[in-house]
Design a protein around this ligand. Structure first.
Ligand code: ADP
Ligand code: MG
Length: 359
């Protein structure tokens, strides 16, 4: 009952919705499954496969997402991330890592370096201080002295690096604590698509809390269509993206985890430079299209922090397409909504800022 309620609430809250309507999902050869993984909803659609093979494949994907959740959980003392964080706290060292941690850290480090601190995977202490990682949602501004101290420590800390052969991570002493929440869901989508493909599934869509990958085609043999969530109108989208295989979409939004205090929104995407929720340019959401979901996910977080102009320059420099939705007058609660976009994004989707109903 409780899980059902949470599922329903989260389904409304996830950044991107898949379109097609319930009727289309009931077509012959279509299998749809929702579950709750990595703190959000995992929605998988499979078309053109037998019900049994679709069910089995979806089960393998769910198990993989659970495995990745445990592996990347900074609050599980047995996780791979915790081992790295203990090493940082205990004087530093060189730690052997498996393929998943290596792939995620390689992308996280690449986006950290290319975005000029828009993205910093070592900001775990700041996320913990704000309480955005806890089960109970954060509701107050942390002690500002402590916040300033942790932010300064993070700025001065040595950076985690991956060895050239990707087999080990070099952890400097006091290197912050990793929190890969801004990239882990994207990686889980990449793995899901790899798994479905290797199991012979030809047509599928995987949506994990707004990070989306596809195989083949959707209903009636047409490209999969996904709606980009409107950041302020819960039941509306900004437009529809025709998503082809090899194209991944990720959205970061200030509506996912937040609290409002004195009319100001405090949300879970932090500016590593200030220690506060990113507010430069009054960004509400970013949507990025890239060649892997983990890169799209990390770049969406980075572009959010870099703001409407810097974020677009950054995405263009990385050859990614993206949309940044923000308040033109700086008032994210009641102000006028506008957007900036890479030139390529607008040929994929024209945003309708008044919103379009989802069904
Ligand atoms: P969403 O939940 O909207 O998909 P993101 O993909 O941007 O959002 O992920 C937000 C998470 O990323 C936070 O909960 C935190 O774990 C982590 N995070 C927040 N700010 C940053 C940042 N500047 N760099 C790297 N990771 C971040
Ligand atoms: Mg992200």
């Amino acid at each position: 009952m409780r899980l059902g309620l949470i599922l329903a609430v989260v389904l409304v809250a996830v950044g991107i919705r898949t379109l097609g309507g319930l009727g289309a999902d009931r077509q012959a050869g279509s299998y749809v499954h929702d579950s709750f993984v990595m703190g959000t909803v995992l929605n998988i659609k499979v078309r053109g496969a037998s019900r049994e093979s679709a069910r089995q494949a979806v089960g393998v994907v769910e198990a993989e997402a659970e495995r990745l959740h445990v592996l990347f959980d900074p609050h599980d003392e047995n996780s791979a991330i915790s081992l790295l964080n203990r090493t940082a706290a205990g004087g530093g060292g060189t730690v052997p890592v498996g393929r998943d941690v290596a792939r995620v850290l390689a992308a996280a480090i690449a986006v950290r370096n290319s975005s000029g601190r828009g993205f910093d995977p070592a900001l775990g202490p700041l996320i913990d201080l704000w309480g955005f990682s806890d089960e109970s949602p954060a509701s107050e501004i942390p002690d500002t002295l402590q916040l300033a101290r942790l932010t300064a420590e993070l700025a001065a800390a040595g950076r985690i690096e991956l060895s050239p052969d990707s087999a080990t991570v070099l952890v400097p002493s006091g290197a912050g604590a990793l929190d890969v929440g801004g990239i882990a869901k994207g990686y889980a989508v990449d793995r899901a698509i790899e798994i479905l493909d290797s199991l012979g599934i030809e047509n599928a869509l995987v949506n994990l809390g707004g990070e989306i990958g596809v195989l083949g085609v959707g209903s009636n043999g047409r490209d999969w269509r996904v709606g980009v969530q409107h950041p302020r109108l819960a039941a509306s989208h900004l437009g529809v993206v025709s998503q082809r295989e090899g194209m991944f979409v990720a959205t970061s939004g200030d509506y996912e985890r937040f609290f409002i205090l004195d009319g100001h929104r405090y949300h879970h995407i932090l500016n590593p430079e200030s220690g506060f929720p990113a507010s430069g340019g009054a960004v509400m959401s970013t949507t990025v299209i890239a060649s892997s979901c983990l890169l799209a996910d990390a770049m969406a977080t980075a572009a959010f922090v870099l703001g409407p102009a810097g974020g677009i320059r950054f995405l263009e420099s990385q050859g990614a397409q993206g949309l940044i939705v923000y308040a033109s007058d700086g008032d994210r609660e009641n102000g006028e909504i506008t957007y900036s976009a890479t030139s390529g994004f607008l040929s994929i989707m024209q945003p309708e800022l008044d919103g379009r109903p989802i069904y």
